[in-house]
Design a protein around this ligand. Structure first.
Ligand SMILES: [Zn+2]
Length: 442
């Protein structure tokens, strides 16, 4: 029984798509690199990988190739949401994580970066997502580290599976006396590919975690302010990605708070730190030099804009949202690599809606000055860079995974056309959306 959209794998009887050549012909290809669209292309897929791309008709196809004619269609790389939380509430939503992830795949997400939660649930989902025929996005996730004072947060208790919050391998309280080698080794053993640095840590511990995580081959994903460590401290420490535009201004304010719980800015904050002023420019220059990826998460801002004064612990949420859009625009103009993450994979309350990432791309265009091509690169290649998987994901080039979204409209003329999905290809397997009239009522 399916929810609003069902998938069917369009393989020949008994022969998994992953074992044969598929030639997607006559497509207009937007490859994710930022290059202009190329018309009349054939994408040749072999065993789940992109084998070749060439102008349709310029080369003979392998004898075993099944042809899928994409005349009039546009192909972009599989979309990657660089900021999701699919397992933060074991009692509630997580029971539905599998179904939600399936809808996310049918809505164009072929990979996601999960920013920590219940490490047991994430490990199970990530393992399932490695299967060639999995009906969910590839899931990459972080193991969380924070200062001990953070672990009074109610969410950490739910994710500890009866263990003590801050003392389980996927959620670790860090102090100056922590055996960092062991902490990172335990985190890695959960199946996480990254450490998420969240809250209540000073600059020296951020540096210590980052150095050891990199030594053991893990990525480091951080909030853009960890309190008291700021974005400048994190970039100096060498973290790979920083998240949330809205917290960047603390990099320009002397003596930021010691605790994440005190993150409410002073009334003057967003006026005293211009989004494109010298302090932010200094930060952007360092990010560019260090290849720090910026995960702006604009999708959280419309809620701020719609809020009344003094909501979200902010004196002026509308002003804060505008500043976050402006700082994202300034970061892009300064040459910072920006990925696309929603901090909420599927919009709340609707089972047949599309992933929020389509809205994130739209906000990048309408509020932060991105071209549609740049927004597509943010949601594909740059999100793959954030994960640390750009050698196999994020663009349509030979050798990478055949993760594709086939569209009925041109997303370069209107970014909202990324929502007009004909079907999704994940690792060479076609996942077909059903037309609304074919969807079962529920
Ligand atoms: Zn988050």
């Amino acid at each position: 029984m399916c929810l609003a959209a069902c998938s069917s794998r369009a393989s020949a009887q008994g022969a998994p798509d992953t074992l044969a050549h598929i030639a997607f012909t006559n497509a207009t290809v937007i490859d994710g690199s930022g290059a202009a669209p190329a018309a009349k292309q054939t994408i040749l897929v072999n065993r789940g990988l992109i084998e070749d791309i060439f102008e349709t008709g310029s080369r003979a196809l392998p004898a075993d190739a099944r042809t899928v004619d994409l005349t009039g269609k546009f192909v972009i790389p599989g979309l990657i949401d660089s900021h999701v939380h699919v397992a933060t509430d074991p009692a509630g939503q997580d029971a539905k994580a599998g179904a939600t992830l399936r809808l996310a795949l049918l809505g164009g997400l072929t990979s996601v970066r999960d920013m920590a939660g219940d490490g047991i649930a994430l490990g199970e989902l990530a393992t399932r997502s490695r299967r060639a025929d999995a009906e969910l996005p590839r899931l990459y996730y972080a193991s969380l580290m924070a200062g001990p004072s953070f672990f009074t947060d109610a969410r950490t208790k739910a994710s500890a599976h009866g263990g003590t919050p801050g003392e389980v391998p996927w959620m670790k309280a860090i102090t100056p006396t922590t055996d960092m080698k062991l902490a990172v080794r335990d985190a890695k053993a959960t199946g996480a590919t990254a450490i998420k640095i969240y809250a209540d840590l000073p600059a020296d511990l951020v540096k210590k975690i980052t150095t050891e995580a990199h030594r053991q081959g893990m990525k480091v994903w951080s909030h853009s302010t960890v309190f008291p460590a700021t974005a400048l401290d994190e970039v100096d420490a060498g973290v790979d990605v920083i998240s949330h535009a809205i917290y960047l201004y603390w990099a320009a304010i002397p003596n930021p708070p010691m605790h994440y719980a005190d993150r409410v800015p002073p009334r003057s904050a967003y006026d005293s730190v211009p989004a494109d002023g010298p302090a932010m420019q200094d930060l952007f220059a360092k990010m560019k030099a260090q290849n720090t990826v910026f995960d702006a998460t604009l999708s959280i801002l419309p809620r701020f804009e719609a809020a009344r004064e003094s909501s979200f612990g902010l004196i002026d949420p509308k002003r804060a949202a505008q500043w976050a859009y402006d700082v994202t625009r300034a970061a892009k103009l300064a040459g910072v690599t920006i990925c696309a993450g929603t901090d909420g994979m599927m919009p709340f309350g609707s089972h047949d809606s599309l992933p929020g990432l389509h809205g994130e791309m739209e906000l990048l265009v309408t509020r932060a000055g991105f071209t549609p091509l740049e927004a597509i690169t943010a949601a594909t290649l740059n999100s793959a860079l954030a994960i640390g998987a750009a050698s196999s994901l994020g663009s349509i080039v030979p050798g990478k995974m055949a993760d594709l979204v086939v569209l009925d409209g041109n997303p370069v003329s209107d970014i909202r056309n990324t929502r007009r999905i004909a079907f999704v290809v994940r690792g060479g397997v076609i996942h077909q959306r059903l037309a609304p009239s074919q969807r079962p009522s529920h």
